[in-house]
Design a binder for this molecule. Sequence first.
Ligand SMILES: Cc1cc2nc3c(=O)[nH]c(=O)nc-3n(C[C@H](O)[C@H](O)[C@H](O)COP(=O)(O)OP(=O)(O)OC[C@H]3O[C@@H](n4cnc5c(N)ncnc54)[C@H](O)[C@@H]3O)c2cc1C
Length: 537
Amino acid sequence: MEIFFERFESIFVSCLLIASMLIYGSLWYILVGITIYLFVNLHLKTSISQEVLQRRSSTFVVIIGAGFSGICAAIKLKKENIKFIIFEAAPDLGGTWLHNVYPGCACDIEAHLYCFSFYPNPSWKTPYASQSEILQYLKNVCNFYDIRQHMRFNTAVQKCYFDSKTQQWKVTTSGNEEFLCNFVISGAGVLHMPKIPVLKDCVFFKGESFHSAKWNKECNLEGKLVAVIGTGASAVQIVPSIADRVKNLYVFQRTPTWSSFNQTPFYPRGTQTVFKMFPTILKLFRWLTFVKLEISFYVIFRSKSYLAKLIQQVMSKAIQDQLQNESLKKKMVPSYDIGCKRITPSNNFLQTFNKKNVHLVTEPIISLTEDGIKTDENEYKIDILIYATGFDVVASIKSLNIIGPDGVTLNERWGNKPNAYLGIMCPGFPNLFYLLGPNTVLGHSSVVWMIECQMNFVLDAILKCTDNGLKSLEVLSKVNDEFQCYVTSESKKRPFSSSCGSWYLNKDGENFTLWPSHLLNYWWRTLSVDLKEFKVQ
Ligand SMILES: Cc1cc2nc3c(=O)[nH]c(=O)nc-3n(C[C@H](O)[C@H](O)[C@H](O)COP(=O)(O)OP(=O)(O)OC[C@H]3O[C@@H](n4cnc5c(N)ncnc54)[C@H](O)[C@@H]3O)c2cc1C
């Protein structure tokens, strides 16, 4: 009840207003509603005592990573006057958008949703903003909230150890410095460790080779023989961007991708001006985008639904229509359900294969040679090899060395299937929060929404802890177990649980990455922290 009152005063007052309008239609009742609303708000704000404020300002938080997650955490903590430091292994901020600089790199969720709700950007040039635009956006956000001064670059967190005596985390960095803090927030990301297949005889290959996330800007592709291994999200952006520069391009496909959306490449003229002049229209546009993607979840992510099958048929036809060659039409229509792997919208990926110098190779790779790739049917001479083979998600999630109060590491606890309550907190590891932790990545919408929901929850937890004079907060095993049961049962209803071999699943075919439900469900679950679900000290 107490939580209800704390968090839902706005809903309460809105209901009061609507009720009074409906019943009496009288202005007086609306005024009474507004007065109550202001009173409750004012009361809540002024009821924070000096002592509580002091406790908040003596709380110290370590944030790991300066991507969307770390930046969001920093902004929310700063607003509450809580001290923090951000450690970032890279030389600058931006995370994903600093590391991935391959040609054509862009978001594949509309940028107006793929940005913070509290810092909208009316100036996105295209619906799917480019890497440089997103990186600049993140830099602008940090300048606006004056966050950069709290960042320590080229500093990786190497170990976090929870001392049960002091109820504090001891964080060791790559510079061998030690920091004591009350809370640790990990924004270390899930897609930052490249996955490179070990190909037979790869050591003999004398040409250039690199992963899409480690793009070699010095490497000149002009007039070269180039191979791209993979046809996932990165390949879909790289292939059309480099096709005209290279002499011949060989694209090695293991499984085709659902990539036939025909998106508007640019906004109509004047859109940015309208968004700048009328922020409410921009907000509305964001919400419409959100709703559109939520509907897509209901349509696409319900295994065996009639509508999903219908969309699949329409998309198969659209894929075939974009290809000129009959053999390509057969090879490029996926046989697995839409939504099983990440959907990869592109205007020009498929059409690129109609070019004379672009070749789709579907035979399995046997080995590399000094100057090429050998399959069981052919040998392809190449100068440059690009791995668009995605990321090792298990290794990325498990990249931190976190040691709990009983000396057990989080990775030992997790084993093959990382899991956390709401993807945020793990039993046995007090005062540790994950942003974009297990089961909170999305296949249909913007993860920035998830990060904001998670940070609201984390902030509520930190404030409840400090304001009530508590030292630590640890989610109960029972609560996490119930949550995991829910995630498992929901996941089974979704196409990504079928065996198309996506990065969403672990070795045992269990979904440990994606949130398996709609986003309002997640928002509701992360609205506030119920202390009854935690062991507090
Ligand atoms: C090419 C690409 C396109 C994408 N497009 C979309 C999209 O359109 N929509 C969408 O929703 N999602 C997309 N994603 C997912 C994307 O990763 C997230 O949207 C988002 O950027 C994640 O932000 P983050 O801050 O959680 O992690 P990251 O951006 O990965 O940042 C984590 C940071 O933590 C740092 N770090 C890691 N370990 C340590 C350590 N031990 N010590 C210090 N620092 C550390 C890393 O260097 C990194 O800078 C895309 C991902 C990629 C790779």
